[in-house]
Ligand binder design. Structure first.
Ligand SMILES: Cc1ncc(C[n+]2csc(CCOP(=O)(O)OP(=O)(O)O)c2C)c(N)n1
Length: 665
């Protein structure tokens, strides 16, 4: 067989599996895998370094299928290359419950899926984070142990989404030359020809952001091969715009949107088999072709062994550190650092904004945990995420630990997913809480993938004051608490801030968001406690000796208002307890007995939070008193806003007394 014929038969194996699996599932996207099969074949047989027997080899090349709807491309590759678990039965069960071959690639379902994709644009932006982590880890451990590429297959849709611009600009600026994007330039989207909605010159666009950008024929293996070789030797990230035909091989649907997202149908598939000269039955790959693929799968084994020898050759300390960081375990000094800080805080009793408390915690964290990779979306001085020793991360200094993400919240959040997925770093970075909306699709993916990404969100309420309602989050806490698997923290003082940081860093399987104030807060935790009280999500922070008539639940800046109300209520003969609720999610994970104990049975229950009521029913029931926001905020000094919106101790007391009196009537 000529090389050309061998290439064609290997690529056709992908095409056949894709059209047959989509047909069997009665849904899915055959067009992209059929169109991009030539690109993928050259990439995986000649360029990608990976070892299916050790899919998590830390120095493997990463492949991100940004156009996740083309999932059958990835599943076909993983099956053909011999990844454990990706059996032909899994391909037959494409899109079925319990299979590892979900509609879109889901991280954690199968080895070889580097990230969850499907929401267009996320994959390419996540890959930028992977490439950033690669350079960062390389700067720390050297070429011998970290030196790999991140390849992306992106579609028109990926490049049309706004997040791609943030990602492209960041990657170009940072000169991430180990990032290579293969653009499946098929000029078709769901609605039809790309000319319906776009006329961007993508090559010029990438070039304008500092990329090397070339055009090739995406069905010519020699051109694909040469372009990849050039890309790997570039001093900049590379875009390879590969012109392809969507649904390549389908007799009437190739080149048309009708091949994008629906089964081709029996007749069309029969025609494609003929055109591609593919005689095998559905889900059958001729043994010589499967052998060729499996041989390609073996290519990396030797490379991986050589890498292992180089790692073994490092001195024990460096090797241990590398392995610890890849495993994601915190250094042994971490817990002690937090404890020392808590003792210091108990002694000093500082009054400060929690964004400042967070910075103080980070001074201790960053000294003890070398793998934190910090950042901010151009609000460094406001988010307080950069600690003293941190140098900026950049093309001239990949060992820097602070990333100036620019005004790119969405790109930042997705990049953090990539950094976490890559391994070796714990990413955290900041913006204003109100702009959580700009990060939300990526936050959702952090949670869906169970990644330890830490979002620092400051200016967390009307308490930010004069910037006004555009900058004052109101619905954001509730909206974020609605994301399954995301820890949302809102610490009430410096001690709680330190404890929330500890919890966020120790939770290897979930992202966390820490909401912090702009305004100063008095210390609420006056005594040193060895245990982390925030770990249970809610706890009694101020108790009463008599049976409580009132329980007040509050978070963050409103805890001190609740405590002031308690003092007045106690004095008025209405014994009151205050529960601080730094995290709904952690509280809901406690035993029913603990939850019941904390909620208690005081006849009047009050929740205070400078945000909307949604979600508080779990604490105060339907008829509890809620003191918070029911509208957008306003522009004014924050003390006036708290008065204006009635989030005051006086208002709480008034409402409680009214309720107690009404109950007595
Ligand atoms: C953020 C987002 N919006 C919309 C969709 C739905 N969707 C899936 S594929 C697609 C566009 C298809 O065009 P293209 O990206 O060029 O893929 P191709 O047709 O080449 O397979 C759309 C709108 C999505 N997956 N993600």
């Amino acid at each position: 067989m000529t090389d050309q014929a061998k290439h064609a038969s290997m690529a056709n194996a992908i095409r056949a599996l894709a059209m047959d699996a989509v047909q069997a599932a009665k849904s899915g996207h055959p067009g992209l895998p059929m169109g991009a099969a030539d690109i993928a074949t050259v990439l995986f047989t000649n360029h990608m370094r990976f070892d299916p027997t050790d899919p998590n080899w830390p120095d493997r090349d990463r492949f991100v299928l940004s156009a996740g709807h083309g999932s059958m491309l990835l599943y076909s590759l993983l099956y053909l290359l011999g990844y454990d678990g990706m059996t032909i039965d899994q391909i037959r069960n494409f899109r079925q419950l319990g299979s590892i071959t979900a509609g879109h690639p889901e991280y954690g379902h199968a080895a070889g899926i580097e990230t969850t994709t499907g929401p267009l644009g996320q994959g390419i932006a996540t890959a930028v984070g992977m490439a950033m982590a690669e350079r960062g880890l390389n700067a720390g451990f050297g070429d011998d142990v970290v030196d790999h590429f991140t390849y992306v297959l992106a579609s028109d849709g990926d490049l049309m989404e706004g997040i791609s611009q943030e990602a492209i600009a960041l990657a170009g600026h940072l000169k991430l030359n180990r990032l290579i994007v293969l653009f499946d330039d098929n000029q078709i989207t769901i609605d039809g020809d790309i000319s319906l909605s776009d006329s961007t010159d993508q090559v010029a666009r990438f070039a304008a952001s500092g990329w090397r950008a070339v055009r090739i024929d995406g069905h010519d293996p020699a051109q694909i091969d040469a372009a990849l070789n050039d890309a790997r030797n570039s001093d900049r990230p590379t875009l390879i715009a590969a012109r392809t035909v969507i649904g390549f091989g389908a007799p009437t649907k190739a080149g048309k949107s009708s091949s994008h997202g629906a089964p081709l149908g029996d007749e069309e598939i029969a025609g494609a088999r003929k055109a591609l000269d593919w005689d095998s039955e559905p889900f059958e790959i001729p043994s010589d072709i499967l052998d060729s693929w499996r041989m390609a799968g073996l290519r990396g084994r030797q490379l991986r062994k050589e890498w292992q020898e180089r790692l073994d050759g490092l001195d024990a300390e460096q090797r241990g550190e590398f392995e610890r960081r890849i495993a994601g375990d915190l250094p042994s000094g971490f817990a002690g650092a937090i404890d020392a800080l808590k003792k210091q805080l108990a002694e000093e009793q500082p009054t400060m904004a929690t964004r400042k408390s967070s910075e103080l915690a980070l001074e201790h964290v960053n000294a003890a945990v070398p793998e934190t990779l910090a950042g901010s979306a151009d609000l460094t001085g406001s988010n307080n995420t950069r600690t003293k020793e941190m140098e900026p991360y950049g093309a001239e200094n990949y060992s820097g630990r602070f990333i100036h993400y620019g005004i790119r919240e969405h790109g930042m959040a997705a990049a953090m997913n990539g950094i976490a997925l890559h391994g070796g770093f714990i990413p955290y970075s900041g913006t204003f809480l109100v702009f959580a909306d700009y990060c939300r699709p990526a936050i959702r993916l952090s949670a869906l993938m169970g990644q330890r990404v830490i979002y620092v969100m400051t200016h967390d309420s009307i308490g930010l004051g004069e910037d006004g309602p555009t900058h004052q989050p109101v619905e954001h806490l509730a909206a974020l608490r609605a994301i399954p698997g995301l820890n949302v923290f809102r610490p009430a003082d410096a001690t709680e801030a330190a404890e929330c940081w500890q919890l966020a860093l120790e939770d290897k399987e979930r992202p966390s968001l820490i909401a912090l104030t702009r305004q100063n807060l008095a210390p609420m935790r006056t005594d040193y406690e060895e245990s982390n009280l925030c770990a249970r999500g809610a706890y009694v922070i101020a108790d009463c000796t008599d049976e409580a008539s009132v329980s007040i639940f509050a978070t963050g800046s409103e805890v001190e208002i609740a405590v002031a109300a308690k003092q007045a209520l106690d004095e008025a003969g209405h014994p009151c307890r205050v529960v601080s609720v730094p995290s709904f999610e952690l509280f809901h994970r406690q035993s029913p007995a603990y939850q019941q104990d904390v909620i208690g049975d005081a006849p009047v229950k009050v929740a205070v939070e400078a945000a909307v009521r949604q979600g508080w029913e779990a604490f105060i029931g339907c008829n509890g008193i809620f003191v918070g926001m029911g509208s957008f905020g306003a522009s004014a000094p924050y003390q006036e806003l708290y008065e204006h919106f009635g989030i005051t101790a006086e208002n709480i007391v008034e409402q409680v007394v009214e309720r107690l009196e009404a109950d007595q009537e």
